[in-house]
Each structure stands twice: as structure tokens, then as C-alpha cells.
Write a protein that binds this ligand. Structure first.
Ligand SMILES: NC(=O)c1ccc[n+]([C@@H]2O[C@H](COP(=O)([O-])OP(=O)(O)OC[C@H]3O[C@@H](n4cnc5c(N)ncnc54)[C@H](OP(=O)(O)O)[C@@H]3O)[C@@H](O)[C@H]2O)c1
Length: 157
């Protein structure tokens, strides 16, 4: 099993606001789909809730959802009561896709972290954890069709 973490963060570290992404970055959505195709995804229940219904479950991937609510279920979601239980059930390429507490809990076990950095700051209520892994690659800044500026930073243990 290889474990990756993947997120996009604003210049001020924000990753979410009102249980949604504060920005629209179509190029990054496309990269997310490419990197995670066929993989097992692990996410917190609020991140699951934040996905637009037409993308839920994320197609072509296992959707493992963490919740402490014993009665919670959703079509297409495999439900787990802890990160450890979800990791036990996961095989192959595994990606943790949020939110904040799940990233922080998974970071010590991550082989790789893929962060999309935005040059712009956004208001929000959820922030990314600090990554204390070596950077293995950084792309040049690019301009999105939305006018936002972004680059990809890869960390590898
Ligand atoms: N920018 C990005 O790349 C990115 C990526 C992902 C998410 N986001 C944003 O982040 C926000 C959502 O993240 P969030 O941090 O608020 O919530 P979250 O981590 O997605 O979900 C939190 C919930 O997950 C469950 N949970 C978390 N850790 C658990 C554990 N160890 N064991 C069992 N259950 C656990 C609990 O569910 P119950 O309450 O059901 O018990 C908890 O309330 C949204 O705004 C979303 O758009 C952004």
C-alpha cells in the first residue's frame, strides 16, 4: 500500500469555507481526477458531504468515509469509525483527501503529499497542516482559466 495526501491550499493556508472549497480551480480538479483514478480514497464525513451530489461517490474509486456516528451511511460510501480501520481495509494506491483533522492524523504515515498552492489568500474556516517532509518537486506558477495562480508541490518521505 502507498499512502498519499492530497489537497489545495490558499496562500494563507485555508482549504475550506462553510464546508465547501472557497475557489474554483478546474485545472486542479482535473489533476486530482488523474492522480487518484482507480485508487482508494479516505475522507472525513464532512468532506464527503461537501462533494457535489453528482460526484458522490467519486467514480472509479473506493470511497472510504470516516465518521463517529454509528448509524451514518450513504450509497457508495464504505464507512469506518477510525483512520486505522480504514487503512486496514485499504489496498493499493490510497489517498487521504481531507479534511483538516484527517490530514493531520494521516500525515505521519504518508509516503507522499501533493499540495496545490494558490498565490491568492481566501477567507475560510479550515486550514491545512504544516508538512515536515522533503520537497521532491515544485512546478512553475501557472494561471488558471479562472485567473487564479497556482503551482503543485510534491513532498516525498
Ligand atoms: N482544499 C482541499 O483540497 C480540501 C480537501 C478536502 C476538504 N476540503 C474542505 O475542508 C472542509 C471539510 O473538512 P473538515 O476538516 O471540516 O471535516 P472532515 O475532516 O472532512 O470531516 C470531519 C468529520 O469526519 C469524521 N472524522 C474525522 N476524523 C475521524 C476519525 N479519526 N475517526 C472517525 N471519524 C472521524 C467525523 O465525522 P462525524 O461528525 O460524522 O462523526 C468528523 O466530524 C470543507 O470545507 C471542504 O471543502 C478542502
Amino acid at each position: 500500500m502507498t499512502l498519499g495526501l492530497i489537497w489545495a491550499q490558499a496562500a494563507n493556508g485555508v482549504i475550506g469555507r462553510d464546508n465547501a472549497l472557497p475557489w474554483h480551480l478546474p485545472e486542479d480538479m482535473k489533476r486530482f481526477r488523474t492522480l487518484t483514478a482507480g485508487a482508494t480514497m479516505i475522507m472525513g464525513r464532512r468532506t464527503w458531504d461537501s462533494l457535489p451530489e453528482r460526484f458522490r461517490p467519486l467514480p472509479g474509486r473506493r470511497n472510504l468515509v470516516l465518521t463517529r456516528r454509528p448509524d451514518w451511511s450513504a450509497p457508495g460510501a464504505e464507512v469506518f469509525g477510525s483512520l486505522a480501520a480504514a487503512l486496514d481495509a485499504a489496498t493499493g494506491d490510497v489517498w487521504v483527501m481531507g479534511g483538516a483533522a484527517v490530514y493531520a492524523e494521516a500525515l505521519p504515515f504518508a509516503d507522499r503529499v501533493e499540495v496545490t498552492e494558490l498565490q491568492e489568500s481566501f477567507e475560510g474556516d479550515v486550514t491545512a497542516p504544516a508538512v515536515d517532509l522533503p520537497v521532491s518537486g515544485t512546478t512553475e506558477w501557472a494561471t488558471s482559466s479562472t485567473g487564479l495562480h497556482y503551482r503543485h508541490v510534491t513532498y516525498v518521505r
